[in-house]
Design a protein around this ligand. Structure first.
Ligand code: NDP
Ligand code: MG
Length: 388
């Protein structure tokens, strides 16, 4: 039997993590699981570790260590706990690591994985938004291969003339427009978390679903693209495409436009990164364009979705601005999901934090974390006032 590829999943219990496990479990002769991590979900983590016969399972919240040991007792799977243990899991030297922790909590583990010089499949967009230059540098220093998993960036990766940025005129990321694409601001005022999380095309974690509804997700993705594909921010654009079939477009200087298409199922870009540079089969519904019938495209509406403009301004300004934007957004989305602020308050809170706070461009991960922490404190204050 050919040697199996060793794989680890950071954020194994989430939406991307479980889709990754689904693919890995279909081809056990091809993949060997080293480490799986979660934050709180002991049961989900233990179940996945037992099913895949992982070497180690790590729970982020240290007080859940006992529960994890109990759940794994007699299996021979090592249990670990705490933030430091998640970083250790990222350093276990798997040939392929999925970085799928949500938020800047994923930054240290993702950096640790990049420093191993192996392959990192990157879903954790917030880390790239806040510390993109440092992460790209870490990959270059260690010789790691960074494969984008976010569907749009995975699409660009498949169309992009690698090493030849001057052949590209424009990169366009598509956005579904989210559940409120056609709603007025007045209609959006009273939307509930349940409505915001109900994405029309994709099934995803709560945080990114809210980001998709505000279009902040597309703004974060422009910043992500800026780090992954060095064409300059002025050559990055967004097109709303409600069917989510065309995931991104790469326009060449000769007028050719290359696009990647597929049914909206994260298992396609995950499989691309898992098998790369080869391909592997997936159970995704094949794309049937005759059945789809039509593909629509429209310009984004910056007036109804101000988060997108805030992100584009942060991208253009660079320095600490993307980290501040991201941290403020994480706090505001959590406040919205917790029922403390309204949907429209999310972008307003981010705008207020960006207006009140700036910092020198961070040059280390520790400096990014300082900026992130201060932006979070300011955002907590702003959202508390909004909640009052
Ligand atoms: P989920 O919320 O579904 O899952 C998040 C995962 O991270 C879970 O395993 C969770 O563990 C873990 N986690 C959460 N907080 C922490 C923490 N503080 N420390 C350590 N681990 C933590 O998120 P998604 O899978 O939707 O998204 C993951 C990342 O991928 C995000 O950055 C998102 O933007 C990006 N992405 C997601 C897509 C999607 O389709 N879902 C598409 C493109 C990008 P537990 O379950 O125990 O809480
Ligand atoms: Mg995306």
């Amino acid at each position: 039997m050919a040697t199996r590829r060793t794989v680890s999943i950071l954020g194994a219990t989430g939406s991307v993590g479980t889709s990754t496990l689904d693919l890995i479990e279909r081809e056990p002769e091809r993949f060997e699981v080293v480490a799986l991590t979660a934050h709180r979900d002991v049961e989900g983590l233990a179940r996945a570790a037992i099913r895949t016969n992982a070497r180690v399972a790590v729970i982020g919240e240290a007080e859940r260590y006992r529960a994890l040991c109990d759940a794994l007792s007699g299996t021979g799977i090592a249990a670990m706990a705490g933030e430091g243990a998640i970083v250790e899991a990222a350093e276990t030297g798997a040939e392929w690591t999925m970085a799928a922790i949500v938020g800047t909590a994923g930054m240290a583990p993702t950096m640790a994985a990049l420093r191993q010089g192996r392959t990192v499949a990157l879903a954790n967009k917030e880390a790239l938004v806040s510390a993109g230059a440092l992460m790209i540098q870490a990959a270059a220093d260690s010789g790691a291969t960074l494969l984008p998993v976010d569907s749009e960036h995975n699409a660009v990766f498949q169309c992009y003339p690698h090493g030849c940025a001057d052949m590209v005129r424009r990169i366009v990321l598509t956005a579904s427009g989210g559940p409120f694409r056609t709603w007025t601001r007045d209609q959006m005022r009273d939307v509930t978390p349940v409505q915001a999380v109900r994405h029309p095309n994709w099934s995803m974690g709560a945080k990114i679903s809210v980001d998709s509804a505000t279009l902040m997700n597309k703004g974060l993705e422009l910043i992500e693209a800026h780090h992954l594909f060095p064409v300059g921010h002025e050559r990055l654009g967004v097109l709303v495409h409600p069917q989510s079939v065309v995931h991104a477009l790469v326009e060449m200087i000769d007028g050719s436009v290359l696009a990647q298409l597929g049914s909206p199922d994260m298992r396609t870009p995950i499989a691309h990164s898992l098998a790369w540079p080869e391909r592997m089969a997936t159970p995704c519904t094949p794309l049937d364009l005759a059945r789809a019938g039509r593909l629509d495209f429209e310009e984004p509406d910056f007036a109804r979705f101000p988060a997108l403009g805030l992100a584009m301004a942060a991208l253009a300004a660079g320095g600490a601005r993307p980290a501040i934007l991201n941290a403020a957004n994480e706090v505001a989305v959590a406040a919205f999901l917790g029922g403390r602020i309204g949907f429209l308050d999310i972008a307003t809170a981010v705008e207020q934090v960006l207006a009140a706070y700036d910092a020198a461009p961070p040059t280390t991960i520790d400096e990014v974390l300082v900026v992130d922490g201060e932006a979070r404190r300011q955002a907590e204050r702003v959202t508390e006032l909004q909640a009052a």
